[in-house]
Design a protein around this ligand. Structure first.
Ligand SMILES: [Zn+2]
Length: 345
């Protein structure tokens, strides 16, 4: 018996768009150009036709579930389990699907999440960013596989997510990606740990390039240098430890003025520069990703599995989960509720 006769709510036809890149209505929803040709499969998926270019395509085209053979309810269940920190095998048992199905869905969800992030996260306006790296493994415990992220401490939105070996190249990828998503890369305060790469890379990625004038009119032109604009600053929060205990926190104002930093701290409601938002986010990410759990053997065998799961976690964190610290007092309490969850206006 098929219990998956779906009760899923279909996205209205108005919210879908033609997927033919050469069509003049490409990617534009609500133009009234789509008609339903037929519905197919157990999930009653709609097969659409565009009246403008006459292309025909599944409503799942360009979605994470395109061409998957598992019932939609099961695919969604797998996605939910993975984002709650279940192992891939655990998710397979709970959703009653083959582990290979979970592996394939994980790849799909990760790739789709990354593409979605790329498309949506552009021209972002922020006051400050916090950066950090977290340790993990792929393959075996000899192979470290790190994740590094940039977070907006106000909205708790993860702006950038990169993975790989922990080195200067990784920090460069993180900062370059973050800068490319900002409306104005010259106007922010960056808070990081003490890693030297942050300080050395900061001017070239966030600063203003200029070419110093040549001495006289002979010889080579000097190399491009970078100026730190007035609205830009970088602070490093360096924790000195004795064993596991933090004994002293050193603040290093690497670039920009303290005045600019203090202005940002006021807006954030911070008494001193710190990286608490990203550290809290690290904890959340570790609970959302089975491969990031500390002191466990739950690391992934394959690096690509870990990469996909990492992206799926970021996607759910950014777009699906209400964030507790963003709760807002409601004007009028409704029953026992006096605050509503964040993420929604
Ligand atoms: Zn079309």
């Amino acid at each position: 018996m098929n219990t998956n006769k779906t009760t899923l709510t279909r996205s209205p036809l108005d919210s879908l768009a033609c997927v033919n890149e050469r069509c003049e209505r490409y990617g534009q929803a609500g133009q009234g150009n789509l008609i339903v040709r037929k519905v197919y499969g157990a999930d009653r998926i709609r097969y659409l036709r565009c009246r403008v270019c006459r292309a025909e395509f599944s409503e799942r085209k360009n979605t994470a579930l395109w061409n998957t053979k598992v019932p939609e309810t099961k695919a969604i269940s797998v996605g939910e389990h993975l984002a709650e920190g279940c192992s891939l095998k655990g998710a397979a048992r709970l959703a009653q699907v083959d582990p290979s199905t979970v592996r394939r869905l994980n790849q799909r969800l990760g790739a789709h999440g990354e593409a979605f992030h790329d498309e949506r996260v552009q021209g972002i306006q922020i006051e400050a960013l916090e950066a950090d790296e977290r340790h993990g493994y792929a393959g075996n415990k000899e192979v470290p596989a790190w994740e590094a992220e940039l977070i907006d401490p106000v909205s708790k939105f993860v702006l950038s997510h990169v993975q790989g070996r922990r080195n200067e190249e990784m920090i460069r990828r993180l900062l370059t990606d973050g800068a490319s998503r900002l409306a104005d890369r010259h106007d922010l305060v960056l808070l990081t740990d003490g890693d030297a790469s942050y300080a050395t890379l900061f001017p070239a990625i966030f600063g203003q390039p200029y070419r110093p004038s040549r001495n006289g009119d002979r010889g080579r032109f000097p190399n491009v240098r970078f100026r730190i604009p007035r609205r830009l600053a970088h602070v490093q929060v360096i924790k000195h430890r004795q064993g596991m205990r933090v004994v002293n926190i050193e603040l290093r104002y690497s670039h920009g003025s303290r005045k600019r930093v203090n202005e940002a701290l006021d807006k954030l409601g911070y008494a001193t520069p710190n990286t608490s938002a990203i550290e809290r986010c690290n904890g959340t990410a570790r609970r959302m990703n089975a491969h990031q759990v500390r002191r466990s053997l739950a690391f992934s065998r394959r690096a690509d599995t870990k990469a996909a799961l990492g992206w799926w976690g970021v996607t759910v964190y950014n777009w699906c989960r209400p964030h507790r610290s963003l709760r807002q007092q409601m004007a009028e309490p409704v029953g026992k509720k006096s605050s509503s969850n964040g993420h929604l206006p």
